[in-house]
Design a binder for this molecule. Structure first.
Ligand SMILES: C[S@@+](CC[C@H](N)C(=O)[O-])C[C@H]1O[C@@H](n2cnc3c(N)ncnc32)[C@H](O)[C@@H]1O
Length: 450
């Protein structure tokens, strides 16, 4: 039987191969890669499905429906183009099947030619792996002389890494799969992805489409993750969070544990209200509610996150304790604990998917700090969750962070640190290894300066 499950590269429920980097299991993905793989979020975008129908604004300012155009059997054909990486349609498309060698496919993909797959579906998967192997082949180490000449600009290693990731993504996304109007795949040995597509992208609309195999793998991976859920030990034994497609997933549990163990402010006794700014899957709201907050208000700008949080809080039986609101940062009112876990890397998103990972100009971080004092009741605490990876990468300094805290009229009551335990921190071949190995995730306890 050739179903969805045979298609998924599963070893155990928790080790689905990362559908985007394809080289490691999700549990070993980096913070940023993981967000691309599983979750991420769509700050400022109404729905994740916007990504999959993303088109640059047309000349009249409206979003035109992008179409992929190619010639087949002397006929010009076109299909709706679905992308979750915000990329334009490939300018040139050739038909590809089992007879195309991986080297030829790699050369064409590197040139930006789309390879519309007409062969056996499982062979397309293998070809994608072969392309990934070629692109991940270790490069010759740079000479000491060129290293000495290279300017040591802040963030240089990170920007080089991002460029390499963007190139990798462009090349791997050239392998294309056509879907029928009901989102079935008209290829030999293709899995039935209709349910996964409907869950991630919304009901099929009858229009045939084309998407990259890599994006499709993301949709399928997300289906499995949502079904199996992620174990969150800080929530209590055997409790799981079920991330939805396009919603930031708490795969790295250490930051959740920080919220579970931070000292509960005395103000909670008289004003038992907590806010969770940027609720995502609802994991931190659930921790706050299980710790005894009588009322938690979780906000998010993403409809997908709010739907996901609703689903998780219902599963955990916390729906009466946690109220969800679509809001930019804070809800109205004050709380004794206001928690926020903004994206950790201040960098410019270059695609819509990047918005899942990067907080350009530290907008959310600065907005949270600037608005915090007016949303804390007397004796209340703001709990900022932040990794210092950005500092190790030269993207932000500790002085800048302290300056924003100070300018917001806040003082630091204390900090609880956790060392990341994900595999990437130990991976010496990772170009960002030095920064990742030194990374510390902290919960900053902030209060209004007296
Ligand atoms: C890194 S995720 C954290 C999610 C969740 N709190 C957690 O810790 O797993 C950040 C969340 O903030 C949301 N977000 C981004 N900008 C926001 C804003 N201005 N107001 C509210 N939520 C925002 C995103 O949609 C995303 O769900």
């Amino acid at each position: 039987m050739c179903g969805l499950f045979s298609f998924l590269i599963l070893t155990r429920a928790r080790s689905v191969l990362c559908p985007f980097c394809l080289t490691a299991s999700v549990s070993f993905c980096t913070y940023e890669a993981r967000s691309l793989c599983l979750a991420g979020y769509s700050a400022g975008l109404a729905r994740w499905s916007d990504f999959l129908n993303y088109a640059p604004p047309g000349r009249n300012g409206m979003n035109a429906q992008p179409e992929l155009v190619w010639t087949e059997n002397n006929e010009v054909r076109s299909r709706r183009w679905r992308t979750d990486h915000g990329s334009a349609t490939p300018k040139k498309v050739v038909l590809a099947d089992d007879t195309m060698s991986a080297d030829t496919a790699f050369r064409l993909a590197c040139e930006g030619t789309g390879l519309l797959w007409r062969g056996d579906f499982q062979n397309a998967r293998q070809l994608l792996q072969a392309l990934a192997r070629r692109i991940d082949k270790p490069k010759k180490p740079r000479s000491k002389k060129s290293d000495a000449m290279a300017p040591a600009l802040p963030g240089a290693a990170f920007h080089t890494h991002r460029q390499a990731q963007a190139h990798r993504s462009r090349v791997l996304n050239q392998l294309l799969i056509e879907l029928e109007g009901d989102d079935s795949i008209p290829l030999r040995r293709a899995p039935d992805v209709r349910q996964a597509c409907a869950q991630a992208l919304g009901p099929a609309d009858g229009q045939p489409s084309v998407m990259s195999l890599r994006s499709l793998q993301g949709v399928i991976g997300a289906f499995e993750w949502r079904k199996n859920g992620v174990e969150v030990p800080a929530l209590g034994e055997a409790l799981r969070i079920h991330p939805h497609y396009g919603v930031f997933s708490p795969v790295r549990g250490e930051y959740v544990a920080l919220v579970a163990k931070a000292p509960w402010p005395a103000a909670m006794k008289t004003h038992s209200v907590a806010f969770d700014i940027g609720v995502g899957t609802g994991v931190l709201s659930a921790v706050l509610a299980r710790r005894g907050a009588a009322k938690v208000v979780g906000t998010d700008m993403s409809d997908r996150a709010l739907a996901c949080a609703k689903d998780n809080l219902q599963r955990l039986g916390l729906q009466n304790q946690v109220q969800l609101e679509a809001a930019d940062l804070f809800p109205i009112g004050q709380a004794a604990v206001v928690v926020c876990n903004p994206p950790w890397l201040p960098a410019r998103p270059t695609s819509l998917l990047d918005q899942a990972v990067y907080d350009e100009g530290s907008q959310m971080l600065k907005g949270f700090l600037a608005g915090l004092s007016t949303h804390l009741c007397t004796g209340g605490e703001g709990w900022l969750i932040l990794s210092d990876l950005a500092e190790h990468l030269g993207l932000r300094t500790r002085e800048e962070l302290m300056g924003w805290i100070d300018a917001a009229g806040l003082t630091v009551l204390g900090r609880i640190d956790a060392k990341p335990v994900h595999g990437k921190a130990q991976d010496a071949t990772d170009p960002l290894h030095a920064a990742r190995a030194a990374e510390v995730t902290s919960l900053w306890r902030l209060a209004v300066r007296g």
